[in-house]
Design a protein around this ligand. Structure first.
Ligand code: 7TS
Length: 414
């Protein structure tokens, strides 16, 4: 995109920033520079208000009461499910299951679809750049079933070759499960093409969309995936709420996840019949206000425009990469051609935790550590990285502050 086109597509950044009350605060007497968006993003007023409005105006339990408040709460809760459905391009809102987030979406599929469909000698295929939440649930399943977890390696740039994935799929592969965007490296995986490969070999496809949903258009029918999970809190919504998208035919065939209220049609001590999808997978009183506020967050993103958000973040990452490359002793970890959202790096002779601590005193929030992707660190032979991750409200001046902060770290540890 040219500079002129970018300007035309850009939104009013100052106005957008004013939508996020927390961005006005200072940290250690410095203006807050929040660059930890891959871990969790800040919330706009629209989300904060949506959540408090539920408790002030229409709070009651859902799917239960005939009284006015319960019906209002149910309407808003189901309305938010329809927002998620449209946001993801799903065919029907019965394909949207509320979960606590991405982690629970993976665990739900592993322990329901997985327990039913994966047997001894079968294989689950993942890549070397996965977050722990897209590794451990499959390990647990494989251990229980005598199945095998296979891993497609990543290159020095942090990419995964399509040919390597194709080679790793065998007639025993039941599921391919990959991140759309790596949280540690920023690599964008070609999930649409990976889904086509999986299907061509009779396997299903799970997309971990935790990092893509907040920063690019994600359309489940275009990707043609079977399952997709994301977290509300990374998409400017509340914590403790997210969703699993799954094709209706899979949900109908899958056994229930947890047992309890709301997931049943009838219960006797002899036999229980289960509710229709998606409720079959939603036992117990859910995060009602959180779900409704997640709907408000996705509406906010839609209103701003996912392509404008993506263009802005691309420009931020390009600028940050250019500036960081000028710093002697700084090594970028993750240099994929298709990359978004995060800038992971190490500084020669300085532990990432020291980088994070010094930057914090400058008011700059980044994450340091293994980012719940220890195999990625092992692959690059490092214990940790420092990671700046961008959001729709970050500015070019904030990247300048980051760069100045990094230089200060180097001076202190010289
Ligand atoms: N998958 C990816 C790609 C992620 O980045 C994360 C969280 C998860 C799954 C798990 O999401 P949750 O909401 O269920 O916890 N990633 C990070 C991170 O990069 N820093 O903190 C959490």
């Amino acid at each position: 995109m040219s500079t002129a086109e970018r300007r035309e597509h850009a939104y009013d950044l100052a106005r957008v920033r004013s939508d996020f009350p927390i961005l006005a605060r200072s940290v250690h007497d410095k203006p807050l520079v929040y660059l930890d968006n891959a871990a969790s993003s800040q919330k706009p007023r629209a989300v904060i208000d949506a959540e408090s409005r539920v408790y002030e105006e229409c709070y009651a339990n859902v799917h239960r009461g005939v009284h006015e408040l319960s019906m209002k709460a149910t309407d808003a809760y189901e309305g938010a499910r329809a927002v998620i459905q449209r946001f993801l391009g799903a065919a029907s809102s019965e394909e949207i299951v509320y979960t606590r987030g991405t982690t629970e979406a993976v665990n739900l599929v592993a322990s329901t679809w997985g327990r039913k469909n994966v047997g001894a000698g079968d294989e689950i295929l993942i890549t070397g750049l996965e977050h722990h939440s897209n590794i451990v649930p499959w390990q647990l399943l494989c251990e229980e079933k005598g199945a095998q977890l296979r891993v497609v390696p990543i290159s020095d740039a942090g990419e995964v070759a399509l040919e390597a994935i194709e080679k790793a799929i065998t007639p025993r592969t039941r599921l391919v499960s990959v991140a759309h965007v790596s949280n540690a490296l920023g690599t964008v995986l070609p999930v649409k093409r990976i889904a086509a490969l999986a299907h061509a070999h009779g396997a299903l496809m799970f997309v971990d969309a935790a990092q893509s949903v907040p920063r690019m258009t994600v359309d489940v029918r275009d990707l043609d995936c079977d399952f997709l999970g994301f977290s509300g809190h990374k998409a400017y919504g509340p914590t403790g709420i997210g969703a699993l998208y799954a094709r209706a035919e899979h949900l109908k065939a899958m056994p229930p996840y947890q047992g309890g209220g709301d997931m049943i049609l009838s219960v006797t001590f002899e036999k229980t019949t289960y509710n229709d999808i998606p409720y079959k997978f939603e036992a117990g009183t859910p995060n009602i206000a959180g779900a409704i506020a997640l709907g408000a967050a996705l509406d906010y993103l839609t209103h701003l425009g996912l392509d404008r958000i993506a263009a802005h973040e691309d420009a931020l990452l390009a600028y940050a990469t250019e500036q960081a490359s000028k710093i002697e002793g700084l090594t970028l970890v993750g240099t994929a051609r298709e990359k978004v959202g995060v800038l992971s790096f190490t500084l020669e002779g300085i532990h990432p935790h020291d980088i994070g601590t010094v930057l914090d005193y400058e008011g700059i929030a980044i994450r340091t550590g293994h980012h719940c992707a220890q195999p990625v660190m092992d692959r690059f032979g490092i214990p940790a990285t420092a990671r700046a991750s961008f959001g729709l409200y970050n500015t070019f001046e904030e990247i300048d502050a980051l760069v100045a902060g990094i230089r200060k770290v180097q001076e202190m540890f010289a």
